[in-house]
Design a protein around this ligand. Sequence first.
Ligand code: SF4
Length: 342
Amino acid sequence: MYLFVYGTLKRESKNHYLLSSATFVCKTRTGHKYTMVDLGNFPGVLYDRPISLITGEIYNITNELLCKLDDYEGEWYFRSEVEMENGMTAQMYFLKEIPSLMKDKSFVIPSGIWEDKMKENTMGVKEEILYAKDERSQRHKDTVAYEVHNNLYLNITNQCSASCTFCIRNISDGVYGYNLWLSREPSLEDIISHLSKLNLKNYKEVVFTGFGEPTTRFSIVLRITEWLHTQGIRVRLDTNGHAALINPGIKVVDELKKAGMDAVSISLNAQTEELYEKLCRPFYPGSYQAMLTFARECIAAGISTRLTVVKVPEVDIQACEKIAEEMGATFFARTISPHIRS
Ligand code: SF4
């Protein structure tokens, strides 16, 4: 019988001795996504929230040992057979729920890798956020535009060219009570129709942001920006800066400038390319350099440019600020998601 382990039963982990009579088979990941939760000195995995594939090891064990492990795992866990990425099936322990005495101490590990548990937990997110069934969130599904801090935010896509470890999409359905998952992408007409019903002069600016990278719908960004610009509304684009890679052959900064884009806020996220790759897991090779080029071109085009980072332990905030300063951009360090602006 195969058992998949992902926490303290793994090799070189403190409880691995319990598997001393078992045979190591392979390292692998689950075939489906679950949620790994840091419970302090050990993890648990929740069955019903698909956040990430869980990384671990498979062992061949006897029924007798499995019974002993059932006793060891105790009443917090249940066991179920799951499919693995490599085609195997194995038994795996899941948390029944977050134990009440752990409520204030549990954090999500977005990567599904127990070793990624961050000592200061700034990369994790409080369990309450994950499980908060915010009533407003349920009411506002398919949010295309939402108001926060006297700004109007546009959520035009869920597509993205990155998969950031800290992306709020990994752990929430939205922000400020607005559900930002889209069952379909709004058309240009849908967005204009929505905006037409609002008194846009009430807002400091209209911002392309939301649960995805706006420049995956570059022509929509341009058309909406033009439309807003003709009405004297200030427009900002919050972006990962991959626009040139997403839209090959298009001079993206020239087009943004022509459309009347006033400002861009670009996710720098790391002081080095190596760290950027690790944290942001971009789809296109060369994304870090492309993002920096995009920022430089925006500055050269006279578009107000800000670089941002998310406060996670590996990020050297001062080094990132220096990159922004040397480039001539302003700088902002935020918590959790680069696309949730204040
Ligand atoms: S944080 Fe932004 S760039 Fe990163 S995955 Fe989320 S939406 Fe994409």
